[in-house]
Design a protein. Structure first.
Length: 367
C-alpha cells in the first residue's frame, strides 16, 4: 500500500518559522565541492517555502569538507542565482542562534551550522530535540537520504513540532514504491562494497524481481564460495551466502579483472551477461558500481552498464552516491526515470518498506 505523507502543500507557512532538514552532505576535493546533485534536488522545496512567505531555517549535516562547516555550501547557494539568499549562522549555541534568527522576515532563508557538530544530534537527545524545536513552528523533512538514521533532526524534533514531507522526500518515496509493483521482466543490479547492507534487499526482492545480478566487491563472498580464486580481495565477515548460490534468479560475474591479486572490475563475460539481462528488462533497479571506479580504467564495467541502461527502453531507478557520481560525470543523469539522492536509506527502504524518518513524520501531531 502506498505511503501517505503529509505534504508542505497541506499547510499554510506564511509567517511561520520552518525548520527544514536537508542533506547537504556533499563531497569536497581540495576544498571544493565535487558533486552538488543533492543540493540542486532540494532547491524546489526551499524556493517554494520562501515564495510562500515562510521563514526558512535550513538544518543539515556535513561529514567532510572545510573543518566540517557548511559555510561553503551557503556560499554556493548565494551565487547560484536562486530565488532566495541564505544567511549563514556560524554559531553553535542555541540561545545565540535564536537571537540571530529574531530579525527574519517572511521569505527569508537562514542556514545553521553543521548539526553534527552537536554531539547530541547522533544521540537523539530529547533535551536537545526540545530546545532545537523552539527555533521553529513547523518541521519539514526533505532529507530522505539520511532518514534511516535515528538522529535528533530526523526523528527526535518531530515529537515537538507539526511535521511534513518536502518535495524531494515525496519524490523519493514515490520513486521507490514503484519497485514493489514493477513492470516485467524486472532486473535488479547490485554492486558496491558491503554485502551485509544489501542482503535485506536481496531477501525482500527474491519474490518480486525476475533477475538479480550481483557485482562489485559485493560479489566477492559469493565468488569465493563458488570456488573462484579471488586473491586478496575484500570480504565481508560472517555472511551466510550459501542459500543464494544456486538460486536461479541470482547471477554472479563469470569472470573478473584483477590487479595486484585483487578484484577491481567485472570481466568481459560478466559484462556481456549484464547487457543481455538489461536488453530483456522492462524495469531496472540499480544500486552500486560494478567495480573500483576510482582506480584507473576499472570503471569500465560500470560505465558500459550505465550506457546500456541509459539507452534501454526500460523504466529505471538508480541510487547510491558512487553510482550517481559516475552518471553525473558521464552527463547522462537525465536518461534515467528516477535518480535517487540516497544510498543507505534507499537500501533500508527497499528492504523494509519504511524508514525511521517516515514513521516520525506520520506520527507527528499536526492539530
Amino acid at each position: 500500500m502506498p505511503i501517505s505523507l503529509p505534504s508542505i502543500r497541506d499547510v499554510k507557512v506564511k509567517g511561520k518559522r520552518v525548520l527544514l532538514r536537508v542533506d547537504f552532505n556533499v563531497l569536497f576535493s581540495d576544498g571544493k565541492m565535487e558533486d552538488v546533485y543533492r543540493i540542486k534536488k532540494t532547491i524546489p522545496t526551499i524556493e517554494y517555502l520562501s515564495k510562500q512567505g515562510a521563514k526558512v531555517i535550513i538544518i543539515s549535516h556535513l561529514s567532510s569538507g572545510k573543518n566540517g562547516s557548511l559555510a561553503s555550501v551557503a556560499e554556493y547557494l548565494n551565487i547560484g542565482n536562486y530565488y532566495f539568499l541564505v544567511k549563514f549562522i556560524k554559531a553553535l549555541d542555541l540561545n545565540l542562534i535564536a537571537e540571530r534568527l529574531k530579525g527574519m522576515k517572511d521569505g527569508d532563508v537562514a542556514m545553521l551550522e553543521n548539526i553534527r557538530l552537536h554531539k547530541e544530534e547522533e544521540e537523539n537527545d530529547d533535551n536537545f530535540a526540545k530546545k532545537l524545536s523552539e527555533l521553529g513552528d513547523i518541521f519539514v523533512n526533505d532529507a530522505f537520504s539520511v532518514s534511516h538514521r535515528q538522529h535528533t533532526s530526523i526523528v527526535g524534533i518531530l515529537k515537538y513540532l507539526p511535521s511534513y514531507a518536502g518535495f524531494l522526500f515525496e519524490e523519493e518515496v514515490k520513486g521507490f514504491e514503484s519497485a514493489f509493483s514493477p513492470e516485467r521482466p524486472f532486473l535488479i543490479l547490485l554492486g558496491g562494497v558491503k554485502v551485509e547492507t544489501k542482503l535485506g534487499v536481496i531477501d525482500r526482492f527474491l519474490s518480486i524481481a525476475d533477475k538479480i545480478f550481483i557485482g562489485g566487491a559485493l560479489a566477492n563472498n559469493f565468488l569465493k564460495a563458488k570456488g573462484m580464486d579471488i586473491g586478496n580481495s575484500i570480504l565481508s565477515e560472517n555472511i551466510p551466502v550459501e542459500k543464494y548460490l544456486n538460486n536461479e534468479k541470482i547471477f554472479f560475474p563469470a569472470d573478473v579483472r584483477m590487479k595486484d591479486g585483487k578484484i577491481y572490475d567485472i570481466g568481459e563475460k560478466a559484462v556481456k551477461k549484464v547487457l543481455s539481462l538489461i536488453k530483456e528488462a522492462k524495469f531496472i533497479l540499480w544500486s552500486g558500481p560494478m567495480g573500483n571506479i576510482e582506480e584507473g580504467d576499472f570503471d569500465k564495467g560500470t560505465k558500459i552498464v550505465a550506457r546500456a541502461i541509459a539507452n534501454s527502453k526500460a523504466k529505471t531507478i538508480i541510487g547510491g552516491g558512487d553510482t550517481v557520481a559516475v552518471l553525473n560525470e558521464m552527463g547522462i543523469l537525465d536518461k534515467f526515470t528516477f535518480v535517487s539522492t540516497a544510498g543507505g536509506a534507499m537500501l533500508e527502504f527497499l528492504a523494509s518498506g519504511t524508514l525511521p524518518g517516515i514513521e516520525a513524520i506520520i506520527k507527528s501531531k499536526r492539530n
